[in-house]
Ligand binder design. Structure first.
Ligand SMILES: [Zn+2]
Length: 429
């Protein structure tokens, strides 16, 4: 038998054009549907947002609604039927095309075209007012109106919130008019899991971000037993589930651009603001961020789920590494715990089948933690003691940590906690 060889898959740029006459909401939805992060190392298509996390502006299957809003053409691919450009009908078609299977373009897919025509008829009914809009949506739009204040000053916020929002703007999503926070919208979290809910809630309360009324319905919790809130349409927006927008511009995209500039300046000057306290705040925010980035890494990579009481021990061990070395060293230190834990698993346990949570009792965790703490001491003692990680192999660092690297113009693996200002600074001569 011939060995199977993996096809080398090229990155595939999509050309997205609005359909003539499509409403803005449909075009935005179409762009979100087709927003592509690129391909994984294994050639698998990485979408910015899972289909189920998208809220179509009208009833219908996502790819049909997207088709009503935009035309997406996969550069470099051909329709197997008409040999013309491959204008896509659904995400799965792109995946098939990349796998080398014959696929048909939009023009050669009569059923798709019929569905899109049906939706177009329904959409014109909606705009002419003959179809009543979802009453829940109407209430949400009243409670969370989409409003822009291009002339209002951008409120000042804490370093943590500013870092988080910069992360969302720069690295969280390429569609900056709707900023999701939840990790389920894409596999890269906006910030480490223990920090995100609070940092985000404060950023929202402080006015840096507003709740987008078109967020999916499940993001708004309604107290079920309270008849008065039911009548008033009162809804609490879950900061982790809603999408946000930036109100400080002519529109959301302009607001995002202005806010990004504002935050970049604020954060770059924060490091120098020794008297005003922002420098100290910056340092502790970075320590917290990088520490928790490591903790998330440990949760993903250690062979069993980290018990909560050991999280503090991991943070304690890697704190000095982050202060004296880099994030890459700290990842390498955590990684050292993995073989120590596996080595201590009972020989009777079949590693691939039997090792589960019950196997990792106190003894194995202790072996892993001791190894981790020893590795941390080695890393701290000598610069060459531990080889730092320079890659997470498909695993993703949070958007906020990556944005911090962008801000300081260093590779995120080389980030560390900035040195405390010496107590007696040498005066400039
Ligand atoms: Zn065709």
């Amino acid at each position: 038998m011939q060995p199977r060889t993996r096809r080398v898959v090229r990155a595939v740029p999509l050309d997205i054009q609005p359909q003539p006459g499509a409403s803005e909401a449909l075009v935005i939805f179409g762009r979100s549907y087709w927003a592509l992060h690129g391909l994984s190392a294994a050639g698998i298509v990485q979408w910015v947002t899972y289909v189920k996390a998208l809220t179509p502006p009208m009833t219908g299957q996502a790819h049909h609604v997207a088709g009503l809003g935009v035309r997406a053409t996969a550069s470099g691919y051909r329709c197997s039927s008409c040999q013309g450009d491959l204008v896509l009908t659904a995400r799965v078609v792109l995946e098939s095309a990349l796998a080398g299977e014959p696929v048909r373009c939009r023009g050669c897919s009569p059923r798709f075209l019929a569905k899109v025509r049906e939706l177009a008829a329904a959409a014109s009914d909606v705009s002419s007012g003959t179809v009543v809009a979802d009453p829940l949506r109407v209430k949400l739009e009243q409670r969370y109106p989409l409003q822009f204040t291009p002339d209002a000053p951008i409120p000042l916020a804490g370093v943590r919130q500013e870092l988080l929002v910069l992360g969302m703007l720069r690295r969280g999503s390429p569609l900056r008019d709707r900023l999701p926070a939840a990790a389920d919208s894409w596999h890269r979290p906006v910030a480490p899991q223990d920090l995100t809910p609070l940092w985000l809630a404060i950023a929202q309360l402080g006015g840096l971000l507003r709740v987008h009324p078109a967020s999916r319905i499940e993001a708004f919790a309604r107290p079920a037993d309270d008849a008065s809130t039911e009548r008033s349409g009162h809804h609490e927006a879950d900061p982790m589930l809603v999408e946000h927008y930036v109100p400080f511009g002519r529109d959301a995209a302009d607001g995002a651009e202005r806010l990004e500039r504002h935050l970049t300046t604020r954060l770059l000057t924060a490091r120098l603001d020794i008297d005003g306290g922002r420098a100290m705040e910056f340092r502790s925010a970075v320590a917290e961020l990088l520490g928790h980035e490591c903790l998330d890494f440990a949760r993903r990579r250690l062979p069993a789920s980290l018990p909560p009481h050991l999280a503090l021990r991991v943070l304690d061990a890697i704190g000095p590494v982050l202060r004296s070395r880099t994030l890459g060293h700290a990842f390498a230190v955590i990684w050292r715990a993995v073989p120590a834990m596996i080595d201590h698993v009972d020989d009777n346990a079949n590693w691939y089948d039997d090792v589960d949570e019950r196997v990792f009792t106190t003894r194995w965790w202790e072996a892993g933690m001791v190894r981790l703490e020893n590795a941390a001491a080695v890393a701290e003692r000598s610069p060459g003691g531990i080889t730092p990680f320079t890659d997470l192999r498909g695993d993703a660092m949070s958007a906020t940590t990556q944005a911090l690297g962008d801000l300081l113009d260093v590779d995120p693996f080389e980030l560390g906690v900035p040195a405390e200002q010496p107590e007696q600074a040498v005066p400039e001569s």
